[in-house]
Design a protein. Structure first.
Length: 258
């Protein structure tokens, strides 16, 4: 908590706090406005549309920008000289930045889902089941954890431009492999698909059973996807954080020509 509080205090008068609290609220309010004027809106339509766009488009880019920006702030302050020479153990420096990223993106996702759910209950006739929407937000945040670790590593190694550039590649992979049949057999190996796959699981509640797909089959499929997604995210998080920490412990800052 001390690490996180220390890092959070350093975001004062920066765009980090705006991105964390106000940007998701504005996006969700725009969605609520669209649903309110659109005839025939359903919870299923709102849920799937919002979390697909949030996890597949907004989240990958936001992670790249936020991770790059946080690292760039340290780079501007003497090219990491003060940061690395602060006397604080390297592992604490690295995990402090990661905790800040985790807090910001988790709050960002939760705020967006909360504003969307409350807004739908107030302005949209069909309303919203808050348990489903908030569960989806939590699962989306869990799926994002390995991506945060990856972008933090990239940000330190190659800078803000590389972090943002990779985020656009992640956006394409999330959309192609996370929302289409092309990724049916490989999505578990693509980190940017994990937030989508996990986040959409609570929406299984809205899926109606058919002659070919019973309720039991639907739930079994969702459970199978959830287990694979959580396992992949856990393995990815441990591997990337461990690799990033070992690398950062030996890192002496980025040279000008890098």
């Amino acid at each position: 908590m001390r690490l996180l509080l220390s890092e959070w205090l350093r975001t004062k008068r920066t765009a980090v706090r705006w991105l964390t609290f106000f940007m998701p609220a504005i996006v969700s309010l725009c969605v609520v406005g669209y649903l309110a004027i659109r005839s025939g809106s359903t919870q299923s339509f709102a849920f799937e549309g919002f979390f697909t766009v949030w996890s597949g488009i907004i989240l990958p880019v936001s992670v790249g920008v936020l991770a790059g920006f946080i690292v760039h702030e340290e780079e501007l302050a003497g090219n990491f000289t003060g940061f690395l020479g602060s006397g604080i153990p390297r592992i604490k420096l690295y995990f402090g930045k990661y905790l800040l990223l985790t807090f910001c993106m988790t709050m960002c996702t939760l705020v967006s889902a909360l504003v969307l759910g409350v807004g739908m209950n107030v302005f949209v006739p069909v309303g919203a089941d808050m348990k489903i929407f908030m569960s989806a937000a939590l699962l989306t945040a869990v799926g994002t954890l390995p991506i945060l670790a990856l972008h933090l590593w990239v940000g330190f190694a190659w800078g803000m431009g590389a972090s943002i550039g990779i985020s656009f590649g992640g956006l394409l992979m999330a959309v192609i492999f996370g929302t289409t049949s092309l990724g049916e057999n490989i999505w578990q190996f693509v980190p940017w698909t994990w937030p989508i796959k996990l986040g959409l699981l609570p929406g299984t509640t809205f899926v109606e059973a058919t002659a070919n797909m019973t309720t039991a089959n639907i739930m079994a499929s969702a459970t199978h996807t959830g287990i694979i997604g959580l396992f992949a995210a856990a393995i990815g998080l441990v591997a990337i954080l461990l690799g990033g920490t070992i690398w950062f412990n030996k890192w002496e800052g980025r040279k000008d020509f890098e």
